[in-house]
Write a protein that binds this ligand. Structure first.
Ligand SMILES: Nc1ncnc2c1ncn2[C@@H]1O[C@H](COP(=O)(O)OP(=O)(O)OP(=O)(O)O)[C@@H](O)[C@H]1O
Ligand SMILES: [Mg+2]
Length: 250
């Protein structure tokens, strides 16, 4: 469905991506993992057209992107929940959700059906459609961001750090939701620093220094090793994973 080869990109004259190679097959959940600042967000921005690719190729559903604007890529079926969620806090919850339908061409009835589905999925939003989005908790804003993207009916949904800032129980719930949405036919490309993403993924890539340095089937990943080697000290599990080794060697 998505194939990226030798992708290079950056900001101004600063190169960030130095060779990203990855693919996502229809029906998969694929996660890009990596420490702070390695280029995960930049990769998603290049895919959705927010920044241009300098070199390499991005092919989606047989179409090779060049200078298509983000709206055009979204119309091809790419959804993007950006880092920081991109909620418009001065608008109401309902208005934010409506924005997700901007590119829909199949009429208000179909959109309403999807809205109802999102409100069933994210129950806390249901009674709050007329409230400003600024009043939602962090977790509810994350639900709103994902819900808004789902209303656009993406074939591939890219989510930048779904787990960021969420309480552990909510992370679990959101990850479980990804799995059930996948079973209903949505394909996912996730960006995560949370090692818990491995458990809901089919395959993972590790990015370091703007390059994909590792690809693996998720069930072959040694999560402790992954955290120790590539994910920095973001996760609470890390100390647990790292300490015994040092003590054993003493
Ligand atoms: N808008 C920008 N302008 C200039 N440099 C940027 C911009 N956004 C990111 N960068 C730089 O590009 C590099 C990669 O950033 P990126 O946001 O892709 O990393 P990341 O892997 O998503 O990290 P994080 O885990 O912190 O979200 C960093 O050095 C960052 O400072
Ligand atoms: Mg990021």
């Amino acid at each position: 469905m998505l194939k990226i080869s030798e992708l290079e990109a950056g900001y101004g004259r600063v190169q960030v991506l130095r060779g990203i190679d990855l693919h996502v097959d229809e029906g998969e959940v694929v996660s890009i993992l990596g420490a702070n600042g390695v280029g995960k967000t930049t990769t998603l921005r290049a895919i959705s057209g927010i920044i241009p690719a300098w070199r390499g190729s991005i092919t989606f559903d047989g179409v090779t992107f060049s200078d298509e604007v983000p709206e055009k890529r979204a119309a091809h079926g790419i959804g993007h929940v950006p880092e920081g969620r991109g909620i418009l806090t001065t608008l109401t919850v309902g208005q934010n959700l409506e924005l997700g339908a901007t590119l829909r061409r199949d009429g208000p009835k179909a959109v309403k059906a999807d809205l109802d589905r999102v409100l069933t999925l994210f129950e806390p939003l249901a009674g709050r459609l007329d409230e400003p989005a600024s009043r939602l908790s962090g977790g509810q804003q994350q639900m709103l961001a994902v819900g808004r993207a789902l209303i656009g009916r993406p074939r591939l949904l890219m989510i930048d750090e779904l787990s960021f800032g969420l309480a552990p129980l909510l992370v679990k719930e959101m990850f479980a939701m990804i799995r059930s949405l996948r079973d209903e036919g949505t394909t996912f490309l996730l960006v995560e620093q949370h090692a818990g993403a491995v458990a809901i993924s089919d395959r993972i890539y590790v990015v370091s220094g703007g390059r994909t340095i590792l690809e693996s089937a998720a069930d072959k990943v040694d999560t402790d090793q992954l955290v120790r080697s590539y994910l920095g000290d973001h996760d609470a599990d890390i100390t647990a994973a790292a300490t015994p080794i040092e003590t054993d060697q003493d």
